[in-house]
Design a protein around this ligand. Structure first.
Ligand code: ADP
Ligand code: MG
Length: 306
């Protein structure tokens, strides 16, 4: 197959591992800087250009689109979709997952366990917003934050009130969430590929830190999932429409709750913690899909002739 990896930096661990795994399995792979892709949008012959070259004959595209380039990155991915290239994750699903509030609403609708979450616009509603999520301590999140930046723990009612006021004053989009204290500064990352949890790790935040992000100094270790955690992760991936994703869970007193679903999960932490070759599993999933799509298009061609 001819595979494109959309990534800003071929030296990143995840990009490099996917490149390595795909090459090893006999595929022709190109890593393209998504911000250097440009396109002509026509109904007959949509094309993608890259540094003066036309990108053609691609079978599959692996989006590794960073949060800072979601808008442009998903536009490029949509163009590949217009050209009938199979996307590892669809552009709409990525866009969905980048908005924490939208994700929580979609998951809630399907009955997935979540921390109680509130959202408001007017500063006059702050008091009620705080009591909706059970009062302080509570967590305040920027809707489009990532790597733990933009997540704040307000320990007291006063702190919560003033931080929410400050964010509202800056016109920042935030949501307010029940603080799952019993998680003890740890969370569980479940890596889902093709409706299966293929690897899981526990991440423990550094001493005195409630955020477990590896980027914030968290430590990864192995963990055994309960059947409920496993099925929650798989259902969350399905609801978001992501073939490959990282589903982050907290162990709360009321069962597993989903914190977020990440459409470009990093491979370094999880491959190191579990010693599993996740990159190859992802490439094998693309091979399986490609075979299915080919046999479908063969069948419709024969039908056309008959
Ligand atoms: P980001 O996208 O920045 O990673 P998250 O929503 O995943 O944002 O939050 C970052 C970290 O903060 C989580 O990994 C978790 O450890 C902690 N955290 C987030 N929400 C809560 C919560 N409601 N209760 C307890 N801890 C939380
Ligand atoms: Mg997170």
């Amino acid at each position: 197959m001819k595979i494109v990896i959309l990534s800003r930096n071929p030296k990143l661990y995840s990009t490099n591992r996917l490149l390595e795994a795909a090459t090893e399995r006999g595929h022709e792979v190109k890593v393209l800087d998504v911000l250097r892709c440009y396109m002509n949008i026509t109904s007959h012959n949509p094309k993608i250009h890259y540094r003066g070259e036309v990108i053609d004959g691609i079978d599959a595209v692996i989006p590794r689109i960073g949060a800072s380039v979601t808008f442009y990155g998903t536009a490029v991915l949509r163009q590949f979709e217009m050209m009938n290239v199979f996307p590892l994750n669809e552009s709409v699903a990525i866009t969905r997952s980048r908005d924490k509030l939208r994700s929580v609403q979609l998951l809630a609708r399907q009955g997935i366990g979540l921390p109680i979450t509130g959202f408001a616009h007017n500063p006059d509603d702050i008091e009620d917003l705080i009591s909706t999520v059970g009062g302080a301590p509570l967590v305040i999140k920027l809707l489009e934050g990532t790597q733990g930046i933009g997540v704040v723990l307000a320990e007291t009612h006063k702190a919560a009130e003033s931080v929410i006021q400050a964010f509202m004053g800056l016109n920042a989009n935030i949501m307010v969430q029940e603080f799952i204290k019993e998680a003890g500064g740890s969370d569980i990352r479940c890596l889902v590929v093709d409706d299966k949890v293929v690897a899981a790790m526990k991440r423990q935040g550094a001493e005195g830190e409630f955020r477990s992000n590896l980027h914030r100094g968290g430590q990864a270790s192995l963990i055994r999932l309960t059947p409920e955690e496993r099925s929650t992760a798989v259902r969350a991936a399905k609801i978001m429409g992501l073939n490959v994703c990282g589903v982050d869970l907290l162990r709360s007193n009321h069962g597993p709750v989903v914190m977020e679903v990440n459409s470009s999960p990093g491979l370094k932490g999880i491959e190191t913690a579990t010693n599993k070759d996740i990159a190859s599993l992802i490439i094998q999933f693309i091979e399986k899909k490609h075979k299915l799509l080919e046999s479908k298009s063969d069948r419709s061609k024969t039908r056309g002739k008959g």
